[in-house]
Design a protein around this ligand. Sequence first.
Ligand SMILES: Cc1cc2nc3c(=O)[nH]c(=O)nc-3n(C[C@H](O)[C@H](O)[C@H](O)COP(=O)(O)OP(=O)(O)OC[C@H]3O[C@@H](n4cnc5c(N)ncnc54)[C@H](O)[C@@H]3O)c2cc1C
Length: 345
Amino acid sequence: MNASTLLRHTLRAARPLAVPRALPGAYTHRFASTFALLEQRDGKLQPSAQNVVTAARTLGNPVVGFVAGKAAKEVAEQAAKIEGVDKVIYVASEAYEKGMPESYAPLVAENAPEDTTHILSVHSIFGKNVMPRLAALLDVQQVSDITAVESPDTFVRPMYAGNIIATVQSSEAKKLITVRQTAFKAAAVGSAAAAEIVEGKDSKHVGSVEWVEEHPAVSDMPDLATASKVVSGGRGLKSKENFDGLLIPLANAMGAGVGASRAAVDSGFADNSLQVGQTGKVVAPELYLCVGISGAIQHLAGMKDSKIIAVINKDPDAPIFQVADVGLVADLFEAVPEMTKKLQK
Ligand SMILES: Cc1cc2nc3c(=O)[nH]c(=O)nc-3n(C[C@H](O)[C@H](O)[C@H](O)COP(=O)(O)OP(=O)(O)OC[C@H]3O[C@@H](n4cnc5c(N)ncnc54)[C@H](O)[C@@H]3O)c2cc1C
């Protein structure tokens, strides 16, 4: 295969995820509900909210969304437009803006209706912070990082960096669940708010930790977590200059987000926020192109659900070829500039 053939294959469209419907045997108790924590940032509902709603809808009960933060009322109006949300509860206060678990978890416990059967959140930094603390407050065991709902009490989740796919059953009366964003299709957003919006209770929880400052990485490129195409670079690129000078022009030419292996991040080629894998981000774009990445299991844990995996590696025995849909055995220093030039044309 040459670079042009690889290019043709990698740009092929892949099948989208199916929208799950409420499962047979799903809860339909008259007053029961599923409570969905919807992540916001700077007054903007995060795209993950739509995936969490899809997961919540499969459980069959009415879906109550929850948002908190400085501009929570405006965020609630955005959330009320998501198809499948029946009601949104909001708490408008700067104290909850950063989703600090010490104050956010008791706030959720206070606002989740008594009859809530499930509390869901995305398996992001936010969800991974808040949910364990909430589980401790409610004295229940959490089910983390689910990729499918088999029934209202049975869920599928990866373990050991995705080497085992476990089906787990929870006997808790209230099930606390974090949802892998990429495993659930985003619910559609309507043009007008369809759900009821209600102000929640705020007992002014004060946590023991104070938010001081943050330094988010700023980039004009598509966001790695939500990009439909990702070009990811590894140690094979050999330097930051090559990462910036070869990989980024290729990603730009493809309209793709940029990712990196941990070795590339640890060597200073790329920012930590770009790391894909077990200890980085989990992505599942339509297309994931690995350049100079060997395919360690910890990297695969973050990208192997991508619809099409394409590879450029000079070693034909590199493990990454075992998960690749298309691969090019070539020196990346020749193949990448050639592909970029062809795409720019
Ligand atoms: C607890 C734990 C958590 C981890 N979490 C992560 C994680 O989240 N993400 C992650 O990525 N890793 C993670 N790792 C590290 C992981 O085990 C690997 O070390 C890492 O993924 C290797 O990165 P790499 O593929 O870029 O580098 P390497 O394994 O060194 O591979 C470089 C590849 O580039 C190819 N190459 C070299 N030169 C060229 C060239 N000129 N042209 C084409 N190909 C070339 C080589 O053939 C090789 O296959 C974790 C490890 C541990 C122990």
